[in-house]
Every structure is written in structure tokens, then in C-alpha cells.
Design a protein around this ligand. Sequence first.
Ligand SMILES: Cc1ncc(C[n+]2csc(CCOP(=O)(O)OP(=O)(O)O)c2C)c(N)n1
Length: 573
Amino acid sequence: MSAKAAPKPGERPVRAPIAAEAFLHALAEHGVDYFFANPGTDFPPVVEAFSRAAQSNAKVPRPIVVPHENLAVAMAHGAYLMNGRAQAVMVHVNVGTANTINNITNLSRDRAPVILAAGRTPVTESGTFGGRSRPIHWAQEMFDQAGMLRELVKWDYELRVPAQINDVVSRACEVAMTSPRGPVYMVLPREPLAAALGEPVAPVRPRPVAPAPYPDPQAIATLAGWIAAAEQPLLITSSLDADAVAALARLADHCAIPVVAQSPRTVCLPSSHPMHFGFEPGALLRAADLVIVVESDVPWIPSLERPADGARVVHIGEDPAFVRYPMRSFPSDLAIKASAASTLSALDAALQARLSATARVDARRALLAERAKARREHIAKAASPGSAGISPAYLSRAISDTVGAEAIIFNEYPLLLDHCPRERPGTFFALSPAGGLGWGLGAALGAKLAEPERLVVATVGDGAYMFTNPTACHWVADAYKLPVLTVIFNNSRYGAVRRATLSMFKDGAAGEADGRFLADLDPSPPFEALVRAQGGHGERVEQAADLPAALARARDAVVNQRRQALLNVICPY
Ligand SMILES: Cc1ncc(C[n+]2csc(CCOP(=O)(O)OP(=O)(O)O)c2C)c(N)n1
């Protein structure tokens, strides 16, 4: 073989393709838009691959540097919630992986497909390209790096043969996107990632993923019969996609079934829908003779409330038994493993003929209309400014009035949906049932990346905000021009921790101290200064009368000046 001719001046050398290039290209071919990265010494092949792609215009995901791994995962989640495509995150070996675990726990329970990749310390101690070259390369090796998050991901795999890279990426994407979706983990040691792809590599061929299952017709017939016969049916749900919301709106209206959104993570039914009965099952649950649970892991808290003896309970969802939850014992008379949208549509179709305007449905509808009216009057009273500072209800209402119906809100606990109506699916998302704090602002930033023209809002407690790594968040917002509006409900405490203490030890010594031990966050920092330090608009608001104008200024900063904004709202609760 003749030796390769040296490049002429100004000409780029011809370089043998390496596995890292194929890795990035395969991700892009699978629809991955973004590569959220927090790098380390495992990254040189990836850096080389991105640099080559910049020269050759090869198709690769957009690289986004994120200065904390937990934030990178939250951003990937936010982008996925906007466009429905799995996104990629790559972090530094075991230590970077460790920093993702909080939000990987959230994604796991929220069934979000994210491709998490991590380097692995070089395998060889000398004599190979990419082998160990730093002291950390010994201490960072683990016997089982994936072991630390195996319980939280659907699949994990280590790249050993460079030429296998396309197949490994295809497998990762296929598993992540298959119902029920979820995160996957790929370990990429430095040597195979840096290796030249000598032998021909199979082309990237993304495999279509099977849709979530359709319901069993027999089960639909049974449940339709139960709905037709029920005196007081109730439907409880926590998380629905847009198609399922549309189907539920039809079914609930047609059959006069009240709907309760229990710890909702999405818009489950437009707030103004006549069958929307809020967020607490309460009296409706106790009175129900049929309870239909749709995509809800904890439809009620058994130690506090439960359906009446003899009430039928039905569970519907892609994984109605929540098989990865170690313990869960809600009663069940029927389980339907299928997508919520297809099941609710099938039920509506089955009931069209049976339930058109029966006397029973008409009577129930009239009774529910009365209840709904009383509920709405009660809600309207609770959102008045009052004299004891800014209440969460008043703040929620003011946010609703300012941001409008099209804004996309990411809520890490404090926003009260009774006071912040959401009509359209896709305009509200809340923290995973796993409750790992430090998600909301990052998810909002990822959403803004995917939907740059939409107003994106993060509503967080002061505790949750500190968990997000504010400096990292505001840096990303500034560096990538992602102006989001953050509203902090600042009560200078971990209110949830205090409430938990008082619920158990109100009459104990902890109660004498008002449950404040280990829950106090005084002195509260000037959070508004943090966003200002990174070019944003920041204000502290203490008086109810000042709130509407402050919110309007913050919105203006985000929408018209395209600057990130933060309101630190002092909100005692
Ligand atoms: C990563 C993580 N650490 C700790 C907790 C426990 N935890 C649950 S709620 C909460 C307090 C949150 O405080 P804040 O955001 O200010 O809201 P508040 O409870 O005051 O409404 C804590 C610490 C958690 N859920 N996640």
C-alpha cells in the first residue's frame, strides 16, 4: 500500500473516522436534537468528534455545555416534554453519573426517555491510544459503574467493540422510547470511543417503536357496563398527554363523570371543563360506587381516605400495576394495560349508544353543576389579597393573570392550580412523583431551548430553587439566551418538612418549637441578586399591591427584552 500523501497547504488532513463520530451521528439520526454535556477527561474523543463535525457539516445533535449534571438531565427532560423526542446527556464517568441520580430518579418515575451516557475511566494502564494518563484514572474506576443507577434505568450497556456503536445507540433509543418509556444508560470507555472504525460499520437504521398498547375489547365492554350502571362514578388521574385529555373531556362530559386530578403533572382536563372537580378526591371518593384510576400511581392516600366498601376500582395505564414500585396495594377489580388515550376513546365510543341522556346521567349532571358552582365561588374568595402578606393563592392567581393561557409553566410544588387555570394540554408540567427537588428551573430551560418563542415560567419554592444550582441555571440561561421567568414562593423555610413534623409531633417537643427545627431557611438570601449577577432582571416583592406591576415588569424583561427574570416573592405560609 502506498503511503498517504501529505495534505497540501490549506488542505485538511484526511482522518480515519473514530467511534465517537459515529456515536454523535447515530444520535442525530435517531432524532436526538441536543447533547447536554458536562465533560471530563473521558471526553477528548467526543470533543474531537464535534470538532470534525463542525468542519465537515456532519449531522450531530446540538452540543450544550451544562455546568451541573443534575441540571443537564432536567434540561433534557424539559426538551423532551416539548417535542416528544428522546434527548441525550453525557457526563463524566462515575462522579458525573452520581450527580445525575436525583433527576434520573425523577425521570424514571415520570417515564421520560433520556439517553444518559457516561465515559468510563480508560481500561488500559499503558500502551494504548486513550489509555490512562492521569492519577484519577485509577481511583475513578468502579467494578460496576452502572450499578449505582441500574434500578432507575430500563437498560444499561457498555461499549466494548467500537464498530458496534451504531447498534448500541439504536438499542438505547429503542428501549427508551418503548412503552412505558424511561431513561437508559450507556457507558463509553475512552479507548473504544477514540478508536478508528477500521471495519465497515453497519449503517444507522432507526427502528420504529411499537405504540403503547390498545385496550382489550372485553375489558372495555366490562367497564362500559360498570359506568352505565354506576350511580356515582369518579375518575382520578395524574398525568395525561394531549390526546388523552381530549378523549377524557368527551367521556367525562358525555357520561357526567367528575374528574379529580390527583397531584397532577400535566393538564389532565381543561380547568373550565364542567366535570373538573379539582385536586382532592375527598367527598367524591367516599361517595363513589365506581372509581376509575387513569395513569395515577397514588390516586388517594390510604391512611387518610379510601373508597367505600363495595365500590369498584379500575386501574388504567401503560403500566397500571406500577411494577417497579416495591410496594403498592390499592384495591382493584379490573386493570387495563393500554394507553390512556386509546382506552378513554374506546370507552366513549362504547358508551355513546348506551348513555345518551338517560335520566340518571341528567340528574347527576345537574347535581354536579351545583357542586361545581359552589366550588368555584369558594376558590374565588380564597384568592383575594387579604391583609396577612402575599398568599400562595393570590400569587398563583397573579401569575395566571400575567403569563396568559399560552405560557408553559414548570411547577416545583408551590403553584396552586385552583388559582392558576390551565386550559390547554402542554401548558403545565409538575415535578415527578419521585419528588427529587432541583428539577423545575432546569426543565424550564430545556423547554425554552426547544420552544424559543413560547413564554416559559418556573414556579418554585425557595428550598427547591436552592436545590436547582441557581448559578448553573442562570449561567445556562445567559450563555444560551434562554430567557425564562422564575417566580420564587419564598416562605424562608422547608414548609413541607415542617408540616410533616407537625402532623406527627404537634404535641411533642418538636410541636412546642412550631416544627421549625431543621426546616428554617432564615436568613433568606437575596435571590433576586443572583439573576442580576448574570444579566437578568431580578426583584424582591413583599406587598400584595406591588405584585401585579412587578410581574408585568418581569414578563416584559423576558418577552420584550429577552432577558431572564426572577421574582423573589415573600410569601408566608
Ligand atoms: C433532593 C431532595 N432533597 C430533599 C427533599 C425533601 N423535601 C421535600 S419538600 C422539601 C422542602 C421544599 O422547600 P420549598 O421548596 O421551600 O417548598 P415549601 O415546602 O416551603 O413549600 C424538602 C427538603 C426532596 N424532596 N428532594
